[in-house]
Each structure stands twice: as C-alpha cells, then as structure tokens.
Design a protein around this ligand. Structure first.
Ligand code: C2E
Ligand code: CA
Ligand code: CA
Length: 847
C-alpha cells in the first residue's frame, strides 16, 4: 500500500491526530466540570483518560525511531487494525453491540462512535509513523495552525452537537416525568373532589339514608369511573360494611391489616386523604386509596375508601410519544412502580439501574404532600444512535478536510520550495539566495560579511568515471556535510553542478578561515556511497566585506569566484581569499575569453609546426602542431590562452579548428605524409564518448595513415588518467600513436608508466634542466626515466632541448628523439617545408 503523501504532509497528519486526542481530552474535562447532564456523558471520564493516554503515546512514538519491520508484518498490522476499527464502526452503524448487550465499555453510543474514531486515527498515526520512519518536524507553522483550528472546530462542533442530543434526550425524559406528575395530581384531584361530594352528601344523614345513598354512589361511581375499582365502606372499628366484589376481595385479602394502614385509617381528619402501600401496590391492580371519614346523624363514624387503579391514573395515550423512556416511581425502597404499561414493578433499584444504564431521577410531588423519586430510563437508543452517526460524520468530515487541505497546502508548499531550492540537495538555489541573504541581513546587522564558493576539484572527470547516479549521491553527501557544519552561521546555496555558495554574517576573517579550512578537511574524508569509498578534494574562494547591498552581493560573488579560480590554479584542496590583483588577472582572462571567441568564429587560429629529430640518424621524423593566435597584432601564447579555453570549454572548438588545419596541411604538403604529425588534444576532448570514432573516421576519410598520426595529451591528475585510460587504449589499439606530454611535470609518476597505454613519452623541458651536467642527480634521473621507458617498449621524445651538451649526452640512447629550439622553433607551414628541404640537403653534423 502506497499512500501518495509526502513525508511532511504525513507529519502534519500525525500532528493532527495528536491535536485531536488532546482536544478531546480537554473537551472531556470541560464536560466533566461544566456540563451536568445526568442522562449520559458524551465524553466519559474513561474516554477522557484514553484520549490523554493516546496523546502521550503518540508523542512518545513521534520521537522514537522505529525500525522498519518486514512488509508482511506491516500489512498484518494494518489488516488487524482495520478489522478492529471496522467492527467498532459497524456497531456504531448497526447498533449490533447494543442489541446483543455486549457492552464492552459502556453502552453509551457516543463512547462507541468516539472509540471508532480513536481506533482509526490511532492506527492511522501508527501507520504513518511506520511508513515514514522519521517523521520530519519541518517548519510549517501556518499549515499546522490551520490544521489545529480545523481539528478544534471539528471536535468542538461534534461535542456541542452531541451534548445537545443528550440535552434533548434528558429534557424529554424529564418532560415525561413532569407530565406524569401533572396527570397523577390532576386525576387524584378529580377523585378527591368526587369523594368529597359523596362525603358532603352523606354527612349527618340518617343511617338509612346513609345506607341508601352510599349504595347508589357505590354503583354510579364504579360505573362512571373506570379508575374506581371499588368503594369500600368500613365502620369505626374498620369492619366491612359494604362494597362491590373487588372491594370485598380487597378487604378480605387483608390489604388493610397492616398497623400503619390502620393508624392512617383511624386518625382524625376532615379532608380527603390518600395513600398507597406495598401491599396495595404489589398486585395485578395496584391500588391508590382515597379516604373520607363521615359522621352520620346517630354520631357513628364510617370510613369510605375509594380504591383507585393507579395504572389508570395516567392517560397512557398522552405518553406514547415518549415511549423510549421507561419510568419507575419509587414508592418505597422496595417498590419501584412501573408507570408504563408493559413493565412489571421492580423491588430493587440497583438491579433496575444495572439493566438500563442511562437514566435521570426526578422528584415529583403528589398533591403537595408526598415527594417521590421518579426514574426515567432510556430503553430505546434508536434516535440517539442516529444522532451519533450524524455527529460522528462531523469528525470524519473534519479529518477529510484536513487530509485534502494538507495535501493541497503541502503541494503548493513543495512547489514554492522547489522554486527556491535545488532538487538534488534541498539547498537554496543561487537565484533565491540573494533575496534570502538581503532579507536575513536586516535581522543580523553585522559588519563582517563574507561570501565563499566551494567547488569540488576535478568533479567533471569524476562525474564521467563514476556515472551520474553515484556523482549525484556524492554531491548530496558533500552538501549534507556543508549544511551540517555551517547552516547555523551561513546561508547556503547550491551553485552549478558541483559548487556551493555560502553567505556568512558577522564572522571575522580569521574564524571564517578556520571554519572553511576545517570544512574542506571534513569534505576530503571518505564518502561512503553505495558501498563505494570515495575521496574528493574541495577548493574554496572567499571574499570578506563590510557593507551589504544588492550590487555588492553580485560583485562579491564574482570576486569569490576569482579567488576560487586561484585556489584551483594552486592545485586545489585549499581556500583562497580574494585580493585586488586577482581581479586584474581575472579581467585579463575575461578579455582573452571574449577575444578567443571571436577568433574561433572567424576561424583565425593558425598552426605552427615544430620538427622532431631522431638523434642517431639526425633526420626529421615528425612534427608537432602547435596552435598560434594573433590577437590584434601580437601573438598570445598558448600557455596563456589554452588553460583559459580549458575552463571555458572553448578548448573543444580550438582543438577542432587545429585538427582541421593540420589535416588540410597534410593533404596539401606531401612532405608531411612521410612523417608523424603530432596534434595536442585536451582531456576534455578525449573524454567525449565519440572522440576515438570521430577521429578515426576523419583520418580515414582523408587518407591519413594511422601510424603517422600522434595524439598528444597532458594528464594533470590521477582522476584524469583514470577517466581517459580506456580511450587511449582504444586509440593505440587502432594503430595511432599516443604520446604522454610533459612527462615529469605535475602529476606524472614513474610507477604509473607500467599501466600507461601510450606508446610515446614526451619528457618535459623542466626535467632536462641541469641534466646536461655530467654525473648530476638530474642527469641520473633523466637517464633512469629513459631506460624505464625503453624497458616498457615506449618511444621517448625529449622536449625543449636548447643546448648541445644535452644532445651529446642523450645520443647514447638508441633511437631517442629530440624536439627543441636547438633544432628549430615552431614554424609556419611554409618555413617548415623549407626547413625540411634544407635539412635533407645539408646534414647537420653533430660532434
Ligand atoms: P607542449 O605541447 O608541451 O608544446 C611544447 C611547447 O614548448 C611549445 O610552446 C613550444 O613552443 C615550446 N618549446 C619547444 N621547444 C622549446 C625549447 O627548446 N625551449 C623552450 N623554452 N620552449 C620550447 P607553445 O607553442 O607556447 O605551447 C604551449 C603549450 O600549449 C603546449 O605545450 C601545449 O600544451 C599547448 N598547446 C599548443 N597548441 C595546442 C593545441 O593545438 N591544442 C592543445 N590542446 N594544446 C596546445
Ligand atoms: Ca605537445
Ligand atoms: Ca610538452
């Protein structure tokens, strides 16, 4: 399963889930303190604690770095979690747990619906954490605030809506009780009135009248009022006088035998009394007794008891719409009289409460005399369930909103980020750096600014030999080290390919120097990439300044660049500070670059040839083609413009033009066809994939014999050697000559000669200085090199030979070749042809 969510978005979701649980915890406390609903809690104390627990757990997990388990493990966790969630959610939808009375926590539907959300979010959080090992805590304050507000609003609205459901339910439950109270009082009031009318009629009548009247009343009242089950007449001794069958039965069952009832019956009173009693209540027809005492003419006292069926006190029809509540009237601690039709009376309150769970109690007052507790229980949760489902959807919608919002916000953040940041390293882009620097510099007003450019030495060569994947990883590793050590004190941007630009605020040149030097050291430590241990060197150019403005920033960057050039020139792996004279040199470089561009465009480069002599036979065996460029009317030395052309890449074009001119000359002058013609190539040309094939086909096309053509190349670093080795082998294998130029200067090493594919070694002029003197160290060195070359079957050309004594010394080596001013300077083609003719005629004799 792959959620298309970025790490940062995932971390926001994770936070949202923490917010949610925390807010529920707070709302739980708020409810506990401020909302005194008796019926049920929306967020129960247990749920409140659960929310807190989950908040803490998620906070702890966030900090933890989880090991990624196997995929199987992950999938089974997800499956199990989802099943758990699904079961609870199903019970929310279909009230299953409620129906089967499997009340795990409490049958509170709000607890259920909230638990489902808890489960889902908890597992979602764990899933996020497992999928994105280290959840990044990136600066996304604004998004986080919006998410917090959304969670807060969602949870609060859910809570308020749920509370109002409870409030309505409770109001209904209480309304039922109130209705009952009113109805009971009204019925009793009516019955009292009726009985008092009876009492008034028979007071002080004669015994006969009493008998007659009471007979009539008994009949009419029991007929007229359903509720009156019987009218029982007792004498002053509480003996049965008259009554219908029900009354007789009531009396004979001993319903009035209890002393309390007897006391109640016989106490003195004028008005109508009413009473109930466990005996009278606990029967199929629960009875409320209304009592009137009368005295007739002969002074004898009688008690008239109206036996009212309590069930009929209530007009049940009026209560039908509140049938989801079961109400019980607590008459005595052992009688809980059911006020609803289908329920039996209960004798035990705790049993009642246990079987119902959610209820309210309310006192009702019967006829201003007795207070009774009425318990109103929820027996049907249907409507609450529907409300919880609706309310729960507020939470789901909240999370959906957050998901969509975070996705949108995050992708626009990413777009913004990408506009400003380098894709590979995540560092600022150079274009964005300027603005950031100016912005930041207002906050950090210092007066010691500096700009530093760092660049990997010989990165191009490494890039070619390592391939782009590893090179990219290498740049990432470099970038990470730079970031690690300087992001606290500098703004860092990624320049082109392998360069980094750092802007420092308020740092003294001394500490800057130290900082960058140790950074360069750090960068030269092994980089472990894909199990490759890679080494590299980095050069730095720095400039410090006191003032800051937009113009300066660009100028400073240029100056740092110039300093970087100098650091490279000095062999790299070092830091160089910008100084004014460098700028002059830099300007010269820029001029040369521009003028050279023109020369290339106008095909204005020329080629001179310097002869190569074979010493023993004293014949010209070849020539070396050397580029010549007259800028205006003065010659610019190749030693000056070739290195510049190397850095600007113009060298490729220079090389092409030279090669074409040389080929033209060979075709035009037969003299050149009988000797080797050497052409200098830059490694930048050779390194190109199609170099060998292009050169070979060009030579073939122009009928140039491969053995008569020499490719000269100067190798300046080990990396370069490695990078072009294969190409050189290809050339040698095709029959071309390959000459290693300037051997003995710079990077060439004796030990590498064994691996060297080239068949010609050209010994540098520097190496011959002092070698003409007999028995000097220099002479011994030169001799050793030549012998090693010979042992390895390589031809040797000694370059830059100006004096005769050296020639004399060298002549002991069979087949050695010489190139130098002693014989001739590089010559334009006409002069060369003349020189060749001449040397055929007049053999220059050597002593
Ligand atoms: P290089 O390939 O080592 O060429 C030999 C240089 O030594 C030439 O300098 C030549 O004039 C000089 N030289 C020859 N004999 C003597 C001598 O007896 N004494 C002294 N002091 N110098 C001597 P040049 O023509 O100025 O070229 C300098 C360098 O520029 C060349 O060194 C070569 O590396 C580069 N170069 C010249 N032409 C080309 C070209 O067409 N393509 C490339 N890629 N590089 C070239
Ligand atoms: Ca050369
Ligand atoms: Ca040379």
């Amino acid at each position: 399963m792959q959620l298309k969510v970025t790490k940062s978005a995932a971390s926001i979701f994770y936070s949202a889930i923490i917010y949610f649980h925390f807010i529920i915890f707070v709302l739980g406390i708020v409810e506990f303190v401020f909302y005194k609903y008796e019926l049920m809690k929306v967020i129960s104390p247990v749920t409140t604690l659960n929310a807190l627990l989950i908040t803490v757990v998620l906070l702890v997990i966030q900090k933890l770095s989880l090991n990624t388990k196997t995929k199987k493990y992950k999938i089974s966790i997800v499956a199990a979690s989802f099943l758990c969630f699904f079961l609870v959610q199903i019970s929310v939808w279909f009230h299953m747990l409620q129906k089967f009375q499997i009340s795990l926590i409490d049958s509170n539907p709000f607890t259920f619906s909230l638990s489902a959300v808890f489960l889902f979010t908890l597992f979602a959080a764990i899933f996020v954490k497992a999928s994105y090992k280290n959840i990044q805590i990136i600066e996304m304050k604004k998004i986080k605030i919006v998410v917090f507000i959304a969670v807060f609003i969602g949870a609060t609205v859910w809570h308020q809506a749920s509370l109002s459901v409870v409030k309505n339910q409770e109001a209904n439950a209480r309304a039922k009780v109130y209705l009952i109270e009113t109805m009971i009082n009204k019925s009793i009031e009516g019955q009292k009135k009726a009985l008092s009318r009876v009492k008034a009629r028979i007071n002080n009548v004669s015994f006969d009248d009493f008998k007659r009247l009471i007979d009539i009343d008994q009949k009419t009242y029991t007929n007229d009022y359903n509720i009156i089950k019987g009218m029982l007449v007792l004498d002053s001794k509480l003996n049965f006088v008259s009554g219908n069958a029900f009354s007789k039965n009531f009396y004979s069952k001993g319903m009035l035998e209890k002393p309390i009832i007897k006391a109640w019956l016989t106490q003195n009173h004028d008005d109508i009394q009413f009473a109930t009693n466990s005996l009278t209540l606990n029967s199929a027809t629960p009875i409320l007794m209304l009592l009137a005492s009368v005295e007739i003419a002969n002074n004898s006292k009688y008690y008239i008891l109206n036996l009212l069926d309590i069930n009929l006190l209530l007009e049940k029809g009026y209560l039908n719409y509140l049938s989801q509540y079961d109400t019980y009237l607590g008459l005595t601690p052992s009688i809980y009289f059911s006020l609803d039709d289908n329920n039996a009376n209960k004798t035990n309150l705790s049993e009642l409460i246990n079987s119902y769970k959610h209820f309210i109690t309310q006192k009702i007052n019967v006829m201003d005399l007795v207070d009774h507790d009425v318990y109103s229980f929820i027996n049907d949760y249907e409507s609450i369930h529907i409300d919880t489902i609706i309310d729960q959807s507020i939470l789901w919608l909240t999370f959906m909103f957050i998901f969509i919002f975070v996705q949108v916000a995050d992708s626009s953040r990413i777009i913004q980020f990408r506009a400003k940041h380098d894709e590979l390293t995540g560092l600022l882009k150079l274009t964005a750096l300027e603005a950031e620097f100016l912005k930041a510099s207002y906050a950090k007003r210092g007066n010691n600014f500096s700009t530093v450019i760092l660049k990997v030495d010989f990165f191009e060569e490494m890039y070619i030999s390592l391939g782009y994947k590893i090179s990219d990883e290498l740049i990432k590793s470099v970038s990470a080290r730079i970031y690690e050590s300087t992001h606290n004190i500098a703004l860092i941007a990624k320049g082109a390919s392998d360069s980094f630009v750092l802007y420092f605020f308020d740092i003294s040149p001394e500490s800057l120097k130290q900082k960058i030097k140790s950074l360069i050291m750090e960068l030269s430590e092994v980089h472990l990439i894909d199990n490759n241990e890679l080494n590299l060197k980095v050069s730095g150019g720095a400039v410090t300044y006191k003032q800051l403005d937009l113009f300066n920033i660009r100028l400073n960057l240029q100056q740092a660049n110039i300093a970087l050039g100098k650091a490279k020139e000095l062999g790299g792996n070092q830091l160089y500070f910008y100084q004014q004279f460098m700028e002059d040199k830099h300007n010269e470089t820029v001029t040369i670059r521009n003028n050279l561009q023109n020369a290339l465009k106008n095909n204005a480069l020329e080629v001179f040839y310097q002869p190569v002599h074979r010493l023993n036979e004293n014949t010209i065996t070849g020539v070396e083609a050397l580029v010549r460029w007259s800028n205006g009317n003065e010659w610019v030395s190749p030693a000056k413009f070739i290195p510049i052309a190397e850095t600007t890449g113009q060298i490729v074009q220079v090389g092409e033009q030279v090669l074409n001119k040389v080929i033209e000359d060979i075709k035009k002058y037969p003299q050149l066809q009988n000797m080797t013609v050497a052409v200098n190539f830059s490694t930048k040309q050779i390194i190109k994939d199609d170099f060998a094939s292009n050169l070979l086909s060009l030579l073939t096309k122009n009928n140039i014999i491969f053995e008569n053509f020499t490719v000269e190349v100067t190798e300046s670093s080990f990396q370069e050697k490695k990078a072009i080795e294969k190409k050189l082998i290809e050339l040698v294998d095709s029959g071309l000559n390959v000459a290693i130029d300037d051997f003995g200067a710079g990077y060439s090493s004796l030990s590498y000669l064994t691996h060297q594919p080239a068949n010609i070694i050209k010994i540098d002029r520097e190496f011959t200085i002092g070698a003409h003197l007999v028995n000097t160290k220099e002479q011994k060195m030169l001799d050793t090199i030549i012998r090693v070359c010979y042992d390895l079957d390589k031809k040797v050309i000694v370059e830059g030979v100006e004096d005769e004594e050296l020639i004399k010394h060298l002549s002991q080596f069979e087949g050695i070749k010489i190139q130098g001013y002693f014989f001739s300077k590089p010559l334009p083609i006409d002069s060369l042809i003349a020189y060749i003719k001449n040397s055929k005629n007049e053999h220059r004799l050597l002593r």
